[in-house]
Design a protein around this ligand. Structure first.
Ligand SMILES: Cc1ncc(COP(=O)(O)O)c(C=O)c1O
Length: 357
């Protein structure tokens, strides 16, 4: 298919992202030149293709019914423990799939921006594959996530007041150093990789009625809904965002995509002020609803996870659980899966949350 412009790409049903590059294939582009990178939404077949690559690093995670959680909520809830993965988050599935699929040229080095779990995923995968890895995190990022990325051998650069400013620095580094920019969301291979957690859910519990999943860039919700639709399940997929980082929720509900003013939430896994072409395009069609949570609700989620499942969940990781409580009436009588997407909370945040109780 020959597609030359953004408009043609959209008409062809492709997602498009703008990428500046000094190297495009064998051709040198002037710094600042713009090329369009065509992104095709992954399908169920891509998730199946990802599975053997992901399985080299990730074992199927437990899907557990916790009696205390059922009693406290009065709901039939299963928790998908993505916090039990290597790196402590579901993101590792995407990183392993993408880095395991790089071309020889791309293996010279990658660069990415992160608040931590995406970065840990890329850092772990690069360490396994011997690919040099540069990561930009916002200043004041979760210090324990930063330490973990360094421990995997990544070069860490701290820049910008939030994830979106860190991302801009990555775009510069990409030109300066000629690195492969691994976007945190506009990457079909990341989405296909993380979709493997949803395969595990539906294979174990095909009669699932509803899945609650936290949304930052949207890769986790995309993977889940692509698998749901591909398998012909009637389960609903409901996304969760923080009120203080709700660009996706407002964009999905509203007439047009918005850029948020802030993303200062304790749940840094969901902290972005923007939406991204590929996941937004997928979720506009696939997602069934999106709910937002206050900071108090997010903190209560962490406490709820600890009290009823004895798991350490970070804000984004516990968001699905507290959303189940919030939607209790709507979820009554349904088989609900809450994705505990990550457990990498730092001690300072955890102490604040526990002492505020
Ligand atoms: C623990 C956790 N949950 C949820 C998310 C949101 O994932 P996504 O950006 O795929 O929507 C992230 C993102 O890093 C995360 O780390």
């Amino acid at each position: 298919m020959s597609v030359k412009t953004r408009r043609e790409a959209r008409l062809a049903g492709l997602s498009v992202t703008r990428q500046r590059s000094v190297r495009a294939g064998r051709q040198e582009w002037p710094v600042g030149a713009i090329r369009w990178r065509m992104l095709k939404a992954p399908a169920l077949a891509d998730v199946y293709a990802a599975r053997p690559r992901v399985a080299r690093v990730v074992r199927p995670t437990p899907l557990i019914r916790h009696p205390l959680l059922s009693r406290e909520t009065g709901l039939d809830i299963l928790v998908k423990h993505e916090n039990h993965n290597p790196t402590g988050a579901f993101k590792v599935r995407g990183g392993v799939n993408l880095i395991g699929s790089l071309t020889a040229e791309e293996r010279r080095g990658v660069v990415t921006a992160t608040t931590g779990n995406h970065g840990q995923s890329i850092a772990l995968a690069c360490a396994r594959e011997g690919v040099p890895c540069t990561i930009v995190t916002p200043l004041d990022n979760n210090p324990e996530k930063n330490a973990a990325m360094r421990a995997y051998g990544a070069e860490l650069i701290e820049f910008g007041r939030d994830f979106d400013e860190a991302r801009e620095r990555v775009e510069q580094l990409q030109h300066e150093r000629g690195l492969r920019y691994v976007h945190s969301a506009d990457e079909p291979l990341l989405i296909a990789g993380v979709g493997t957690y949803a395969l595990e859910i539906f294979e174990e519990q095909p009669d699932t009625d509803l899945i609650l999943v936290a949304i930052g860039g949207g890769s986790g919700a995309c993977g889940c809904s692509i698998v749901r639709t591909g398998l012909g399940s009637r389960a609903k997929v409901i996304g969760v965002q923080a009120e203080r980082a709700d660009a996706f929720a407002r964009s999905w509900k509203g007439p047009s995509r918005v850029v948020g003013e802030r993303c200062d939430t304790l749940a840094e896994g969901m902290a972005t002020r923007v939406t991204f072409d590929l996941p937004f395009g997928i979720l506009r069609k696939e997602l069934d609803d999106v709910v937002t949570l206050s900071e108090d609700e997010l903190a209560e989620g962490v406490r709820l996870a600890l009290r009823t499942t004895h798991n350490l969940a970070e804000g984004a990781g516990a968001a699905s659980l507290i959303t189940a409580v919030k939607l209790r009436d709507r979820l009554a009588g349904k088989k609900v899966v809450c994705v505990m997407s990550g457990g990498n909370i730092d001690r300072g945040t955890l102490t604040r949350i526990l002492t505020a109780a």
